[in-house]
Design a binder for this molecule. Structure first.
Ligand SMILES: Nc1ncnc2c1ncn2[C@@H]1O[C@H](COP(=O)(O)OP(=O)(O)OP(=O)(O)O)[C@@H](O)[C@H]1O
Ligand SMILES: [Mg+2]
Length: 142
């Protein structure tokens, strides 16, 4: 298993890094995006979506749980925010497993700890951590 660390100094750098990750996974991916409140998970999701050709605004789906974005080249980008979901049983009750299928689409999950027990084996795990310096984040990929 390879672990890769990246330092971002700004919102824009986090978006750019997310775009590189998207480009490195041309056949779809499930991305579990760990990080505290305000770490930059939604910023990452926006950069990721841009790299997939999505031009719609990408904001936090906290109140809707899932936002579905069609990709211009076909397929979907799903942005999930499970902050308000208690556990995998509640997530399965709304059909989260359909979003975790390995079918060429992209699913990016904020607060993936809620469904840690059902994340598929190939899930890409990314963690964003606040660094003491203003606007700096450490992004770990494994
Ligand atoms: N290097 C950076 N990368 C990403 N965001 C940054 C960075 N520096 C500062 N920020 C700011 O941090 C905030 C990150 O907010 P964002 O909504 O992406 O967090 P989040 O992890 O999705 O939080 P939540 O758990 O509440 O959904 C934004 O206001 C952004 O401008
Ligand atoms: Mg968010």
């Amino acid at each position: 298993m390879s672990i890769n660390k990246h330092i971002s100094h700004s919102e824009q750098e986090t978006e750019n890094f997310a775009a590189e990750i998207a480009a490195a996974h041309p056949h779809g991916a499930v991305i579990a995006l760990f990080g505290d409140l305000g770490a930059g998970k939604t910023v990452f999701a926006r950069g990721f979506a841009r790299a997939l050709g999505i031009t719609e605004p990408v904001s936090s789906p906290t109140y809707t749980i899932i936002q579905e974005y069609p990709r211009p080249q076909g397929g979907w980008f799903y942005h999930l925010d499970l902050y308000r979901i208690a556990n995998s049983a509640s997530a399965l009750a709304f059909g989260v497993d359909e979003y975790l299928a390995d079918n060429g689409d992209y699913s990016l999950v904020e607060w993936p700890e809620r469904i840690a027990d059902i994340l598929p084996p190939g899930t890409l795990r990314i963690t964003i951590r606040h660094l003491p310096q203003d606007g700096a984040r450490e992004i770990t990929v494994d």
